[in-house]
Each structure stands twice: as C-alpha cells, then as structure tokens.
Write a protein that binds this ligand. Structure first.
Ligand SMILES: [Zn+2]
Length: 93
C-alpha cells in the first residue's frame, strides 16, 4: 500500500459532510462526486484529484441532495440528473 490518509484500527478516519442529510460520515462509506477539468463524475476512488462532494450511500440522501441541489452547491457547478442516477446505481448495489 502507498501512502493513504485512512488508517484502520480506529485511528484517524477522514470524515465528510453528506450533501443530502448534512451529517458528517466517514468518507470511506460515502459516494464521492468530483469536478475535474470542468467535468463532473462519480468516483469510486476516494483518493482521486479534483474538487469533491460527498453523499451517503443511500437513496434517500441522494434524493435529498438532488432536490436541494446539494452537489451543485458543493461543486459550484451544474450537476446533471445522470450523475444522481449514477449515485443511485452505486447506492443500490
Ligand atoms: Zn446522508
């Protein structure tokens, strides 16, 4: 393993605010949506570059985020409904 900010054994676990429910959760359990070179994409690799916004892996949070334009505010750019669909697919797995 290379350098990684996430430590196991209950030590340092990075946390992020969900754009749906606004709760702070371990980011490893969340879906990350990134903005990179003007392109918004759903990212399974939490260490990817770019501006990121996070949502819990559950449909309710994704719907909340969509209704409140949570990702749009988090990323400061327009987020298409396809992105939310992609999040739903991941959450539904
Ligand atoms: Zn949430």
């Amino acid at each position: 393993m290379k350098h990684n900010k996430i430590y196991d054994n209950g030590k340092y676990v990075p946390q992020r605010t969900c754009m749906g429910c606004r709760q702070v959760m371990p980011k490893s359990s969340m879906i990350r949506v990134t903005l990179r070179d003007g392109v918004v994409s759903v990212c399974k690799d939490s260490n990817a570059d770019g501006r990121g916004a996070y949502i819990c892996k559950n449909i309710e949070c994704i719907t909340k985020a969509q209704n409140s334009n949570g990702l749009q505010r988090g990323l400061k750019t327009k987020v298409s409904s396809e992105i939310y669909e992609e999040c739903r697919n991941i959450a539904g797995q």
